[in-house]
Design a protein. Structure first.
Lengths: 1356, 180
C-alpha cells in the first residue's frame, strides 16, 4: 500500500449508505457482512456461503474462487441469485487486502419498476447515487411514449381510411364533382366530370369551370346567377347548356356550395354537375303530350283541370267560363278556391278520392258532388280525372280531368223522385181522401183507399153511384150539394164544410175541395180532396167556450176589483145572472152558513125568466135538512145533483122533498171557503132542463165563489178596521194620551182634549198655529226640528221632553212621534202621542240619587276597610313585635302567661282584620285566586297540624282519616286559600265541639285526563246548627244567635268568607247539621293535575347572621312604636340602627351616614316614603336597598313599590324572621362590604364563569381584558338603558336591548339570569309592567351589577 | 408541462363527463392541439386554460377542478401508468411524502425539459408533516391539495390538509400541513 496514496477510513455505515446492497466475503467464501437493502432482500445470511446465495452470470465461467480476489478491479460483474426469482445484481468486486476480504459493490438490476416493487423495495432502499430507479423510470416512459405513438398512428390510419372512402365516393360518382378555390380555379375534378366534358384532369386543373363549359348557347342569365352566388359564398342551383371539348353541349344542372371548416373559414367550393339532357327531352315530350290531351278534354267538359301532386298545384284550362261565378287571376290558388266552394256535406267525397290517389289505389275517378255558386245557389258537378304521370311505385304525380256542370240534370232527377214520392203518399198514406168524379154525371172515377175509412163504406159502394152521398150527409147540411154544383158552374172550383153521419152513427165534420178539370176545352171531371175536420171543429168549439169563460171571468174580476163596498150587493146580483146564464142555469143564489146556529140563509138570488124567487123561503134553513150539502162543503167539495128525480132511489128523501117542490131538476152548490173557514155556498139550479156540469164550468164556479169570498172578506176587514179605529180613538181619549197632529210646517191640524189639558191651552189656541212656537223653548225647538226632519224620511221614534206649562209648571212628557200619511200614501205631516211621565221622572231621579248614595257609601266602606286595616295594623305591629321581644325576655311564668295572653289576643285580632279584609276584597270582586302547583297532602297536613294543639287542648279526638291515595301528588290551585278554608272549617269545628271528635277527610271523587275532583269533609260532634240557619246561607256578620259570639267569639264572617272563596274557586260547599249532634261540612273542588315543574320555587334565602352583623340600617317610620319594633329586632341581631320620622329626615340620614339598607314606611307626614325614595335614587344617585314598609297590604303592592324604585316590600305587622330574611336577601352581594365577610360567609356559587371566554382566548390576556371591558361599556350600558326604557314604558326598546345583552350573559355563563333574560325578551312586549316582568328586570339589573363588580375585581 | 398532464385532464373529463364535454371544454379553452404527446412539453397556459374551461363548462370552481384533477392524477394516472414508480416511492403515505423531494429531483433529471416543482418536508411528527411546495407556477394550490388528498386515498390513509400559507399572503412558496 502506498503511503502517499490518499487514504480514508471506509466504515460499514459509509458502505451502507453508498452501496446498500453490498456484501463482503472472507477467503472461505463466507458472508461476513452485508448492506441493509440486501439484508432486506436476503434476510440474515451472515456466515452462509456465497455460493449458496449467488452464482456469477458474467463474466462466464467465473467462480467465487481465489482468482477473483486477485483479478478484482474495474470489471463489471453480474451476479444471479440462487433463488426462484433469480434477481440479477450488477456491480464490481473490491478487494481489501488488509482485511482480507472481498466486497461486492453493486445493486440489483431490475428490468422494470414493477419487478423492483415485487421485491418489496422502494426508492429509499437505493443509494442516492444509484440511477437504477431513474433508468427504470425512463424505460417506463419509453413504454408510455410508445403507447402514445401507437394510439396516434391508429387514429391517423383511421382518419386516412375515412378520407379514402370519401374520395372513392367522389370519384365513383357518375355526376361531375369539382372543387374550386376561392378564386374559382379548379383544384379537383372527378371521373364523372372528366367524362361529361371529355377533358383530361391535367387540362382541367388550374382553369375555372366557366372557361371549360361556356359556349354560344350557354344561358347568360344562369351564368350570372351562378357567379353572384359563388362570390357571396352562397349555395346555388342553375340549369344551363354545358359545352364539351368537342363543341357539343349537354344540359347541366349545376349545384354549388361553399365548404367551410369548423370555424367557418372557407376551404373550397364544391360543385356538382348533373347531366340532365335526357330529363329535359322527356319533359318537353310530356309537355307536348299534355297540351294535346288538354285540348281533347276541353271538348268533353266545361273545364279541364290538372293537378300536380309534387307541387300540389292545380291549374284550370277554362277559367273564364267557370260555372261557379268565380273570378281568378294569376295568384289564385285554384285548389283552395275549389275546395272552399264544395258543399260541406260532399267534402269528404273529395278528400277520400284524393287519399285514394295518393295511396295509389286508383288511377282514375268519376265523382258527382255539389258546389256553392258565388250567388249562393248550389251547382252539381261531375268531376272526372285520370292519372297521366306516376312515380316508379305507382303513386300518381299528375292527374288531369274535367269538371262538368250537371246541375240541371240533377234537378230534373230530383224533381222526378220527389213527385213519385208525393204520389205514393197521396195514394197510400194520407188520411185525406183524394177523389175524381166524372162531370157532369158525378160517377166515381177514383177514390183513395182512405175514403173507405172516412165514410165507413166499401169502395164498391162508393164507385157504384152517387146515392150514398145524400144518405150520409147530415140532414141539416144537405143543402151543400146544391151549393157545390152552383159553385162548380160559377167558379169551376169550391170549398165546403159539412157534417156526415157514418153508418156507425158517428158525426164527422168534413171539408170538401173540388176543381173542375177541362180536357180539350171541355169540362170532363171534378178532382177533389176530402178532409176529416172533426177534431178541428171540436177544438174550435172548445176554444169558443173557453173564450167565453175567460171573458166572464175577466168581467167578474174587474167588477170586484176596487168595488165600492156599497155596490157589492148589486154587483153580486149582476154576476149571478151572468154566470147563471153562462152555465145555462135557471136560478143562481148565494147562501151563508151560520154554523153556530146550524142554519143557512140565502143572501142573494137571481132567477131566470119564469122562475119563482125562493129567497124569502130560504132563510135560516136548518142544516139537518141538507146534511150532504154540508158534508161536501166542509171538505171543500162542490155538492151537485144531476137528476133530482133519482134522489128518492138514492135514498135521499129529505133532499128530494126540498128540491122537487121548487121544480128543480138538477143543481150544483160550490162552497165558499176562506182558508179553513166555510162561509157559505153559491148554487145553481136547473129547472127547465137537466144539466151536467163540466169540469170547466165547475172550475169557473169555484173562481166565482172565491171572488165572492174575497169581497166578503174585504167587507169584513173594512168593518174591522173601522171598528179598530174607533177603538183606538176611544183608547187615546180615555187613556189620558195627548194626541197632536201637525202638518209639514208644524202647524197644528188636530189636538185632542187630553193634549189641550196637558199643554194648558184651549183647542182654539192651537189650530193653525205652529206647535213648536207655541209649546217649546229654543233648544227644544231645535230638537223637534231634527225629529220632524226624520219623520220626512219615514222614521218613527220616541223621546222625552221637559215641557213648561203656561202657568210655569214643568212637566215631563214622553212623546211617540210618527210620520202621518194620507190615503194616497203621501206624507202630510206627523202625529204625536204624548204621555205625561212627570211622576215616573221624579221616581227615576230619586232612584238615581239613591243609587249614587249607595255607591258613595260603598266607596266609603272600602276606604274605611283600607283605613281600618292601616289603623289597626300599625298598633298591631307594635303589639306583635313588642310581644315577641317581651316573650324573649320574660322573667317568670306569670309574665309568660300574660305575654301569651297578649300574643293570643293580638293573633285573634289579626284574624279578624284578615277576615274583614278578605270580605272587603270579596265584595269588591278584587279577590284573586292563584293557580300554582301545590302538594295537596302537604297543605292538608300542615293545615291540620296548625289546629292540632287547639283540638288537643280541648281533649278532642282529632284526626285525618281517609286521605285517598289516588289524589295526585301535585295539583294546581291556590294552596293558601284552600288552607284558609280548611282552617276555618277546622277551627269552627273545634270551637263548637266540647267533646267527641273533629275529623278531616279527603276523598277522591273522580278524574279526567287533566283534572281531579277532591272532596274535603270536616266532621264534628259539636253543638250543630238549626236547619233554618244552615239554609240562611250564612249571612255575613251573623252567627246563629248572639250568645254564640259571646260564648265562642269570632266575627261570624269565617264561614261566609269560606263559602265565597269556595265558589270563587269553582267549588261548592255542603253543610249537614243537626242541632246537638254535630255538623258535617264538605267542600268539593276540581283541580288541574300538576307536575313537579308547576311547584313554585321556594325562597331558600336564610338569615345570615354573620352577614347582618354590623350593618347600618335606617328605620324610617312616623310611628314611634313601629320604629321601636324594628330597631329592637335589628339591634338584637347586632345591626346598627338610625331612625328617621319622615322622608325628609330619611334623606338627610342617607346623606350623612354610610348606610347599608333603609326600611321605609310609605305613609308619613312631611314627606312620604315614595317621595323620599325618589330623591334618594335620583338626587343622591344611591342604589342602597330600600324596603317599603306598609300597612296597606294589598295584592299588587309589591310591584307598585318595586316600580317606584324600592327593592322590596314588607307588610306590617311583620314577623321578625320575615324582616331578617328580607334584609339578608337584599344585602347578599349588594354592598361592597360583603368582601369583608367572605371568610365568614359560606362561599356562594359564583354568578358567572369566564371559562368559555378563556377557552376562546387561549391565554390571550389582551383579548380577555378587552372582552371584560366590553362588558362594562356595552352590556352594562345596554342594561341601564333597558331599565330606563322599562320605566318609560317603551317595551319594544327593552326587548331589543335585552336581546343585545343576551349573548354576553350566555358567554359569561350567568346562569341565574340566563333563562330569565330569554323570558324577558319573549314576554316583555306583551306583559309590559307585569309583576313578573318588574321582578325579572330588577333581578337582571341586580345580577348584572354584581357581575360587573366582580369582573372589576377579577380584572384588577 | 409535459403532455401527460394534459392527457390526464383529458382522461379525467372524458371518463367522467364523456367525450363531447371534453371537446366542448377543449373548444372553450381555445387551445388548438388535437393530441397530447406524453413526453412532449406544452406551455403551462394550456393546462390553466383547460382547467378554466372545465370550470366554466362543468359549473364548478377552478379550485375544485384542480383539486379533482390532483386526486385523479394520483389515483388514475399515477397509479395506473406509473404504479410501480408510485409504489417505489414509499410503502406508506409518510414514507412517500418524505421521499417526495428526492422523487422530484429524479424527475427533473429524467425530464430535462420539465420544470418539476421542488418539495421540502419538515415538521415531521408521528401523524403529520409539513409539505413545502416551491413552484414557478402559480395558482396550482388546488391541484396540490388534490394530489395530497389523492395520496391519502392511495395509501388508504384519510388525511387532513391545511394550507398554512402561500404566495397569496406574501410567502415565496406554499406550505401544507398534512395530518392523518
Amino acid at each position: 500500500m502506498n503511503k502517499n496514496e490518499p487514504h480514508i477510513d471506509l466504515k460499514k455505515k459509509h458502505l451502507d449508505r453508498t452501496f446498500p446492497f453490498h456484501f463482503a466475503i472472507s477467503k472461505d467464501k463466507k458472508i461476513l457482512f452485508l448492506g441493509p437493502s440486501l439484508f432486506k432482500m436476503l434476510g440474515d445470511v451472515k456466515g452462509k456461503s456465497v455460493d449458496d446465495l449467488f452464482f456469477i452470470e458474467r463474466p462466464k465461467e467465473t467462480d467465487f474462487d481465489l482468482d477473483l480476489w486477485s483479478k478484482s478491479s474495474s470489471k463489471t460483474f453480474l451476479l444471479k441469485r440462487n433463488a426462484e426469482n433469480a434477481t440479477l445484481f450488477r456491480g464490481q468486486f473490491e478487494y481489501f487486502e488488509e482485511q482480507e476480504l472481498l466486497v461486492f459493490l453493486g445493486s440489483p438490476w431490475f428490468s422494470s419498476i414493477e419487478e423492483l416493487v415485487s421485491n418489496d423495495l422502494s426508492i429509499s432502499d437505493f443509494a442516492a447515487l444509484d440511477p437504477l430507479v431513474d433508468l427504470l423510470h425512463l424505460i417506463k416512459n419509453q413504454e408510455l411514449v410508445t403507447a402514445d405513438l401507437k394510439e396516434l398512428i391508429e387514429t391517423i390510419s383511421h382518419q386516412k381510411e375515412s378520407l379514402e372512402n370519401l374520395s372513392y365516393v367522389a370519384s365513383a360518382n357518375l355526376d361531375g364533382i369539382i372543387y374550386t378555390d376561392a378564386e374559382g380555379i379548379i383544384t379537383y375534378a372527378n371521373e364523372g366530370y372528366l367524362r361529361q366534358t371529355q377533358y383530361d384532369l391535367s387540362e382541367m386543373i388550374g382553369k375555372d369551370p366557366i372557361e371549360i363549359g361556356r359556349g354560344k348557347e350557354t344561358q347568360k342569365e344562369e351564368l350570372k346567377k351562378m357567379l353572384e352566388s359563388f362570390f357571396k359564398k352562397e349555395p346555388y342551383k342553375v340549369e344551363l347548356k354545358h359545352y364539351k371539348k368537342d363543341g357539343t353541349w349537354f344540359w347541366a344542372r349545376v349545384n354549388g356550395q361553399a365548404v367551410l371548416d369548423k370555424k367557418g373559414e372557407f376551404l373550397h367550393y364544391f360543385t356538382l354537375v348533373e347531366d340532365v339532357t335526357e330529363e329535359k327531352i322527356s319533359k318537353n315530350k310530356i309537355q307536348e303530350f299534355e297540351e294535346t290531351f288538354r285540348q281533347v278534354l276541353e271538348f268533353s267538359g266545361d273545364n279541364v283541370w290538372e293537378h300536380d301532386f309534387r307541387t300540389n298545384k292545380t291549374s284550370f284550362s277554362n277559367k273564364a267560363k267557370n260555372f261557379l261565378g268565380l273570378k281568378f287571376d294569376q295568384s289564385t290558388n285554384l285548389e283552395e278556391v275549389w275546395y272552399s266552394h264544395i258543399f260541406q256535406e260532399d267534402y269528404p267525397i273529395l278528400v277520400e278520392n284524393d287519399l285514394k290517389y295518393k295511396r295509389g289505389e286508383i288511377s282514375s275517378h268519376q265523382l258527382e258532388y255539389r258546389m256553392l255558386h258565388e250567388d249562393g245557389s248550389i251547382k252539381w258537378v261531375k268531376d272526372r280525372g285520370i292519372v297521366i304521370e306516376k312515380d316508379p311505385n305507382g303513386i300518381p304525380l299528375k292527374i288531369i280531368g274535367t269538371h262538368s256542370d250537371i246541375t240541371e240534370q240533377k234537378n230534373a232527377e230530383k224533381e222526378l223522385i220527389s213527385l213519385n214520392k208525393k204520389l205514393g203518399s197521396v195514394l197510400n198514406e194520407l188520411k185525406d181522401v183524394i177523389w175524381s168524379v166524372s162531370y157532369p154525371d158525378l160517377s166515381g172515377i177514383f177514390f183513395t183507399p182512405s175514403a173507405e175509412d172516412l165514410f165507413e163504406l166499401d169502395m164498391d159502394t162508393l164507385m157504384e153511384d152517387t146515392s150514398w152521398r145524400r144518405k150520409i150527409i147530415h140532414s141539416e147540411d144537405l143543402h151543400v150539394l146544391d151549393t157545390i154544383l152552383e159553385e162548380v158552374q160559377e167558379n169551376k172550383e169550391y170549398i165546403q164544410e159539412y157534417r156526415i153521419i157514418t153508418p156507425s152513427k158517428k158525426l164527422k165534420w168534413v171539408q170538401e175541395k173540388g176543381k173542375l178539370i177541362f180536357e180539350d176545352g171541355k169540362p170532363v171531371r171534378i178532382n177533389g180532396i176530402l178532409v176529416d175536420i172533426s177534431e178541428r171543429k171540436k177544438t174550435e168549439a172548445l176554444l169558443e167556450n173557453q173564450e167565453k169563460l175567460k171573458n166572464i171571468l175577466i168581467d167578474i174580476s174587474s167588477t170586484y176589483i176596487n168595488i165600492d163596498l156599497d155596490e157589492v150587493d148589486t154587483s153580486i146580483n149582476a154576476s149571478l145572472k151572468k154566470i147563471g146564464e153562462f152555465v145555462n142555469a135557471d136560478r143562481a143564489y148565494i147562501f151563508s152558513y151560520d154554523l153556530t146556529a146550524h142554519t143557512c140563509s140565502c143572501t142573494h138570488e137571481w132567477c131566470g125568466p119564469g122562475i119563482s124567487r125562493e129567497i124569502e123561503n130560504t132563510q135560516d134553513v136548518p142544516l139537518e135538512y141538507v146534511p150532504q150539502w154540508l158534508d161536501a162543503h166542509s171538505q171543500g167539495q162542490p155538492f151537485s145533483v144531476k137528476d133530482v128525480s133519482k134522489l128518492k132511489e138514492m135514498g135521499l128523501d129529505g133532499l128530494y122533498e126540498i128540491l122537487e117542490p121548487q121544480g128543480i131538476k138538477s143543481l150544483i152548490a160550490i162552497p165558499m171557503m176562506f182558508k179553513e173557514e166555510l162561509m157559505g155556498f153559491v148554487g145553481f139550479d136547473s129547472v127547465n132542463n137537466q144539466h151536467t156540469y163540466s169540469q170547466k164550468e165547475i172550475e169557473l164556479l169555484f173562481v166565482f165563489a172565491q171572488m165572492l169570498v174575497n169581497v166578503q172578506k174585504r167587507k169584513q176587514s173594512e168593518m174591522r178596521l173601522f171598528q179598530q179605529e174607533e177603538k183606538f180613538r176611544n183608547i187615546i181619549s180615555n187613556m189620558n194620551l195627548g194626541l197632536l197632529e201637525v202638518d209639514l210646517n208644524e202647524h197644528v191640524l188636530h189636538a185632542n182634549q187630553t193634549f189641550c189639558q196637558m199643554a194648558g191651552y184651549e183647542l182654539e189656541d192651537f189650530i193653525g198655529r205652529k206647535a213648536t212656537d207655541l209649546l217649546l223653548n229654543e233648544s227644544d225647538k231645535e230638537k223637534l226640528l231634527i225629529k220632524s226632519e226624520s219623520r220626512r224620511r219615514g222614521i218613527s221614534d220616541s223621546y222625552e221632553l221637559k215641557y213648561k206649562r203656561p202657568n210655569g209648571e214643568y212637566r215631563w212628557w214622553f212623546i211617540s212621534g210618527a210620520p202621518n200619511y194620507n190615503d194616497k200614501n203621501e206624507l202630510i205631516g206627523s202625529i204625536g202621542i204624548h204621555l205625561d211621565i212627570t211622576d215616573q221622572k221624579r221616581l227615576e231621579e230619586e232612584l238615581i240619587r239613591q243609587r249614587e248614595e249607595a255607591e258613595k257609601s260603598k266607596r266609603a266602606k272600602e276606604t274605611f276597610f283600607a283605613n281600618m286595616s292601616h289603623e289597626i295594623r300599625t298598633p298591631m305591629n307594635a303589639i306583635v313585635g313588642m310581644g315577641e321581644q317581651l316573650a324573649k325576655s320574660a322573667q317568670n311564668d306569670q309574665q309568660n302567661k300574660y305575654i301569651k295572653a297578649i300574643q293570643d289576643s293580638a293573633n285573634h285580632l289579626m284574624v279578624i282584620i284578615k277576615d274583614i279584609l278578605d270580605l272587603s276584597k270579596l265584595e269588591a270582586g278584587k279577590m284573586t285566586i292563584e293557580a300554582i302547583g301545590f302538594k295537596p297532602k302537604d297543605v292538608i297536613e300542615h293545615t291540620f297540624g296548625m289546629m292540632k294543639a287547639k283540638a288537643e287542648s280541648k281533649g278532642l279526638d282529632y284526626d285525618i282519616i281517609n286521605y285517598d291515595s289516588r289524589i295526585n301528588d301535585i295539583l294546581i290551585g291556590d294552596p293558601i286559600r284552600i288552607s284558609q278554608i280548611l282552617l276555618n272549617l277546622l277551627s269552627n269545628a273545634i270551637k263548637f265541639t266540647e267533646k267527641g271528635k273533629v275529623v278531616l277527610q279527603c276523598h277522591f271523587i273522580s278524574e279526567t285526563k287533566n283534572e281531579q275532583e277532591i272532596k274535603f269533609t270536616v266532621i264534628d260532634t259539636g253543638i250543630g246548627m238549626e236547619d233554618s240557619f244552615v239554609k240562611s246561607n250564612f249571612e255575613k256578620y251573623v252567627q246563629e244567635d248572639t250568645t254564640i259570639t259571646r260564648k265562642f267569639g269570632g266575627t261570624g264572617l269565617g264561614l261566609s268568607i269560606s263559602k265565597e272563596l269556595v265558589q270563587l274557586m269553582g267549588g261548592h260547599m255542603q253543610i249537614e247539621s243537626q242541632k246537638g249532634l254535630g255538623t258535617i261540612v264538605s267542600v268539593n273542588f276540581k283541580f288541574q293535575k300538576g307536575q313537579e315543574s308547576d311547584l313554585p320555587i321556594e325562597d331558600s334565602t336564610s338569615i345570615n347572621q354573620a352577614l347582618l352583623k354590623g350593618k347600618k340600617i335606617l328605620v324610617v317610620d312616623d310611628n314611634e312604636f313601629n320604629r321601636l319594633v324594628a330597631t329592637t329586632i335589628l339591634e338584637q341581631n347586632e345591626m346598627l340602627t338610625i331612625t328617621a320620622k319622615n322622608g325628609e329626615e330619611a334623606i338627610r340620614a342617607a346623606k350623612d351616614h354610610s348606610l347599608d339598607l333603609i326600611l321605609m314606611d310609605v305613609q308619613m307626614p312631611v314627606m312620604d316614603g315614595i317621595m323620599a325614595t325618589k330623591v334618594i335614587r335620583e338626587e343622591l344617585q344611591s342604589k342602597i336597598p330600600i324596603v317599603a314598609l306598609t300597612a296597606f297590604a294589598m295584592k299588587g303592592d309589591r310591584e307598585k313599590y318595586l316600580s317606584l324604585g324600592m327593592d322590596d316590600f314588607l307588610a306590617k305587622p311583620f314577623q321578625e324572621k320575615d324582616l331578617l330574611n328580607l334584609i339578608s336577601r337584599l344585602l347578599i352581594g349588594s354592598q361592597p362590604e360583603i368582601t369583608n365577610f367572605t371568610d365568614v360567609v359560606a362561599p356562594s356559587k359564583s354568578l358567572f364563569s369566564l371559562e368559555e371566554l378563556e377557552n376562546i382566548a387561549r391565554g390571550n390576556t389582551e383579548f380577555m381584558d378587552k372582552m371584560i371591558q366590553l362588558f362594562h361599556t356595552s352590556v352594562m350600558v345596554s342594561a341601564e338603558q333597558a331599565m330606563k326604557e322599562f320605566e318609560k314604558g317603551d317595551f319594544d326598546q327593552v326587548r331589543k336591548l335585552v336581546h343585545k345583552i343576551k349573548p354576553s350573559i350566555k358567554m359569561l355563563k350567568i346562569q341565574e339570569i340566563s333563562e330569565e333574560v330569554i323570558e324577558i325578551e319573549k314576554e316583555i312586549v306583551e306583559q309590559q309592567k307585569s309583576e313578573r316582568m318588574i321582578y325579572l328586570m330588577n333581578h337582571l339589573d341586580q345580577v348584572l351589577h354584581l357581575v360587573a363588580k366582580d369582573l372589576k375585581s377579577t380584572n384588577k | 408541462m409535459y403532455g401527460l398532464v394534459n392527457k390526464s385532464i383529458q382522461e379525467l373529463i372524458t371518463t367522467n363527463f364523456g367525450k363531447e364535454r371534453w371537446e366542448i371544454i377543449k373548444m372553450k379553452s381555445e387551445i388548438k392541439i388535437d393530441y397530447f404527446i406524453s413526453t412532449e412539453p406544452y406551455d403551462d397556459s394550456v393546462t390553466y386554460q383547460l382547467a378554466m374551461a372545465a370550470s366554466e363548462e362543468l359549473n364548478i370552481s377552478v379550485d375544485e377542478v384542480l383539486f379533482t384533477f390532483g386526486e385523479w392524477w394520483i389515483l388514475k394516472t399515477g397509479n395506473e401508468k406509473y404504479g410501480g414508480l408510485m409504489k417505489a416511492g414509499g410503502t406508506n403515505l409518510k414514507e412517500f411524502l418524505i421521499n417526495l423531494p428526492l422523487f422530484h429531483d429524479r424527475i427533473m433529471l429524467i425530464y430535462p425539459k420539465l420544470t418539476p416543482p421542488e418539495f421540502k418536508i419538515d415538521g415531521i411528527e408521528d401523524k403529520a408533516l409539513v409539505v413545502h411546495y416551491f413552484s414557478r407556477r402559480e395558482g396550482l394550490v388546488g391541484f396540490m391539495k388534490g394530489l395530497l388528498s389523492g395520496l391519502g386515498k392511495l395509501f388508504e390513509t384519510p388525511v387532513e390538509i391545511i394550507h398554512l400559507y402561500g404566495r397569496e399572503n406574501g410567502h415565496d412558496h406554499e406550505a401544507f400541513k398534512v395530518s392523518w
